[in-house]
Design a protein. Structure first.
Length: 365
C-alpha cells in the first residue's frame, strides 16, 4: 500500500513537471526516484544478514510464574535497521496449547540489540519456543523483506512447589557398640553396658546409606475435556518427590510403557504382552535429578497425547498400563526390585499408596 502511494505521488510530480516544465519539480522527481532505488538496494542488502537468536534465560519456572525471555538481534552491516519484526511461536508439548507473538525492534549498525518478551506459564509442560521468521523494512516501510528462521529453545514448566502434610522419616545414622580404643571420646562410653560387661564399651556412630524408595507411576489416559487432571497428577508427583528428597530418601521413579500405546493387538498372548512392556526408570537423588525426572514424565505424557487418534477426542500418556479395565493394577511382584525398598504407588488421580495402603493427607486444591 505504501509503495503504491509513493509511486502515485512520483507519477503526479512527473506529470506536473512535464506539463509546466518546472525545474524544481523535475529535481523533486529525480530525488524521489533516487531515494526509491536507494531504499530498495539497502533493503535487499539487509535481507538475510540480520541474525536473531535466543539469549540465555531461565530453563525452569513454576506454573503461574512469568518468563522474561530475551532475543539477541545482531546487525553485522554498516546500515542501521530502523524496523525489525520477529515472529515468535510457542507450543506446550504436553497439552498441545500453542500461541504466537510479533515483536518489533530496531538495531544500530554493527551492533547487537537485546529484545525482551514476557510469557506467562499457564500450564505445566515442556515448552518449545521458535523464531520462525524475521522482517526488515526501510525508514518509510516501503520495502518489507522477510527471511525464514529456525531458532529454537526450550523451557520446563513445573507445578508450584507445595509441601504435603505427610512424612516418611529416614534414619540419618546408625549405632554400633564396640570395645574402647585409644582416642575414643569419653562422652561416647556406654556406662551402663560397660558396668554390666565389666569392660569399657563405646558407641560408634556411622552414617547410614540413603534409604531407597520405589515410586511407581500408574497414570491412565484422560479425556481432553479435563485438562486439569494431568496438572493435578504432576502437582502431587512433584510434592511427593520433593518431600522424599527433603527427608533424605533416594527414589527410583518407575513407570511402564504399555503395549497398547505401540499399536499392538489387544488379544495377544500374555507372554508377548509382558515382553512388549518396557520399564522406564529415573533415579532421583538430587534437585537436578528431580528436574530431569519431571521433564521425562512430561515427555512421556506428550508422546502419548500425540500418538492417540484425534477422532477419539482424547489425549493421554504412553504411561498408561491399562486402558480397558480401571480396576486392574500392576502387582508389586511385577516391578523390578533392587534389594529392600519402600514401595510407593501414585495413581493418575493423585492418590498415593504406601505398600498398597493409601496414604491419607489433605486433598489437592
Amino acid at each position: 500500500m505504501r509503495i503504491t502511494l509513493y509511486m502515485l505521488i512520483l507519477l503526479a510530480i512527473g506529470s506536473l513537471a512535464g506539463l509546466y516544465q518546472l525545474d524544481s519539480l523535475m529535481v523533486l522527481l529525480l530525488t524521489g526516484i533516487f531515494l526509491l532505488i536507494l531504499l530498495l538496494v539497502s533493503s535487499s542488502y539487509l535481507r538475510g544478514r540480520m541474525l536473531a537468536e535466543f539469549a540465555k534465560s531461565q530453563d525452569v519456572i513454576n506454573q503461574g510464574e512469568f518468563l522474561i525471555g530475551r532475543i539477541r538481534l545482531t546487525n553485522p552491516t554498516w546500515l542501521p535497521v530502523i524496523h525489525v519484526k520477529l515472529w515468535l511461536e510457542w507450543e506446550n508439548q504436553m497439552t498441545g496449547q500453542r500461541g504466537k507473538e510479533v515483536l518489533q525492534a530496531s538495531c544500530p549498525p554493527a551492533a547487537d540489540t537485546v529484545l525482551e518478551f514476557v510469557w506467562e506459564a499457564e500450564a505445566c509442560g515442556e515448552i518449545h519456543f521458535t523464531l520462525v521468521k524475521i522482517e526488515t523494512s526501510d525508514f518509510f516501510r516501503l520495502f518489507k523483506l522477510r527471511s525464514r528462521l529456525k531458532e529454537r529453545t526450550g523451557l520446563l514448566v513445573l507445578p508450584p512447589e507445595e509441601r504435603i502434610p505427610w512424612s516418611l522419616s529416614a534414619p540419618s545414622e546408625g549405632e554400633e557398640i564396640g570395645p574402647y580404643q585409644h582416642g575414643d571420646g569419653v562422652k561416647h562410653i556406654h556406662w551402663k553396658l560397660s558396668a554390666r560387661m565389666d569392660d569399657l564399651l563405646v558407641r560408634h556412630y556411622h552414617a547410614l546409606a540413603l534409604p531407597e524408595a520405589v515410586l511407581y507411576l500408574e497414570p491412565k489416559i484422560w479425556p481432553e475435556s479435563e485438562p486439569e487432571k494431568p496438572e493435578a497428577f504432576l502437582g502431587r508427583l512433584s510434592s511427593v518427590l520433593l518431600q522424599l528428597l527433603l527427608e533424605g530418601w533416594t527414589v527410583r521413579l518407575l513407570w511402564n510403557t504399555s503395549y497398547l500405546s505401540e499399536g499392538r493387538d489387544e488379544n495377544e498372548d500374555d507372554s508377548i504382552k509382558d515382553k512388549a512392556q518396557e520399564w522406564i526408570e529415573c533415579p532421583v537423588r538430587t534437585r537436578a535429578d528431580y528436574l530431569e525426572a519431571m521433564g521425562r514424565v512430561m515427555e512421556e505424557l506428550a508422546r502419548g497425547r500425540k500418538k492417540l487418534p484425534k477422532k477419539k477426542g482424547r489425549f493421554g500418556a504412553v504411561l498408561a498400563l491399562y486402558e480397558k479395565n480401571e480396576e486392574e493394577q500392576v502387582k508389586v511382584s511385577q516391578i523390578p526390585a533392587e534389594g529392600e525398598e519402600i514401595f510407593l504407588r501414585l495413581d493418575f488421580a493423585g492418590r498415593l499408596y504406601l505398600n498398597q495402603f493409601p496414604v491419607v493427607f489433605e486433598e489437592m486444591e
